[in-house]
Ligand binder design. Structure first.
Ligand SMILES: [Zn+2]
Ligand SMILES: [Zn+2]
Length: 253
């Protein structure tokens, strides 16, 4: 690199410093995330539950629990991931969206596309129109857009819609979440999803109720199958000692 180019680049860094996509701290050119976040960020490693996408030690789901075939996620919902999701939701930070979206696309490639699953469209979990107007954008749609671009599959907007307002899922117990989400979505243009294999995107999954309800709605409208990808999955913060022992024994640790 010539001296002038280097000077230009340094000037650019001064005017528009690179920021950690998770917390917004200024980072060096050779860093993807800041050192504080990199200590806390947790990539999901095998063995992974082939239904909900959690690390196996923290999963308690059974086949038949969900209408979607499977969910996959690159990251555990740790403090750093939470900061990134929050930044994406409330600070309109496109770099956070790109960070999560690219990680999601990688896991979609390795877990779905590489084993021969062909997607017809990518759809983000929709927001209620009034909430969308207030915030100005929907983080699940932005993630879906990034994933769709990365895997070169069409991104559908305004096909799956949320037409009823409900209480925020995170304020409710696991049992309440299922009834709270029932019947809040519908497919505005069923002909768009009929016979399609859909990739459904969201930022975080906890109980899986939201993904499940969206998947059921899409299947009722004629979709052939629904696979999910979320930026993060919430796992129990501490695994019970007894479960840890059984896990270690099963996997030879
Ligand atoms: Zn950071
Ligand atoms: Zn599971």
């Amino acid at each position: 690199m010539g001296m002038l180019d280097e000077l230009k680049e340094n000037m650019g860094d001064l005017l528009f410093p690179r920021r950690c996509p998770l917390c917004g701290a200024v980072i060096n050119r050779n860093e993807r995330i800041c050192s504080k976040c990199s200590k806390d960020v947790e990539f999901i490693r095998r063995p992974i539950c082939r239904i909900c996408g959690r690390p196996l030690y923290s999963c308690s789901c059974r086949r038949g629990d969900f209408a979607f075939v499977r969910n996959v996620s690159p990251l555990v919902y740790t403090k750093a991931a939470k900061r990134g999701i929050h930044r994406m939701k409330f600070n309109n930070a496109p770099s956070s969206c790109t960070y999560f979206g690219k990680l999601m696309a990688n896991v979609v490639l390795s877990e779905y596309i590489d084993i021969g699953i062909d997607f017809d469209c990518v759809i983000g979990v929709p927001m209620y129109a009034e909430d969308y107007r207030r915030r100005g954008y929907n983080q699940a749609t932005l993630l879906a857009k990034t994933v769709a671009e990365e895997i070169e599959v069409p991104h559908y907007v305004n096909v799956l819609v949320k037409y009823r307002k409900n209480r925020p899922q995170h304020t409710l117990s696991f049992q309440e979440r299922q009834s709270n989400i029932r019947g809040v979505y519908r497919v505005a243009r069923p002909e768009a999803v009929r016979g399609c294999v859909v990739l459904l995107c969201d930022d975080v999954t906890t109980s899986g109720s939201t993904l499940n309800e969206c998947a059921e709605t899409l299947l009722d409208a004629g979709a052939r199958a629904v696979y999910c990808v979320t930026a993060t999955v919430a796992v129990m913060s501490e695994m019970p000692a007894i479960k840890a022992a059984a896990f270690n024994a099963a996997w030879g640790f």
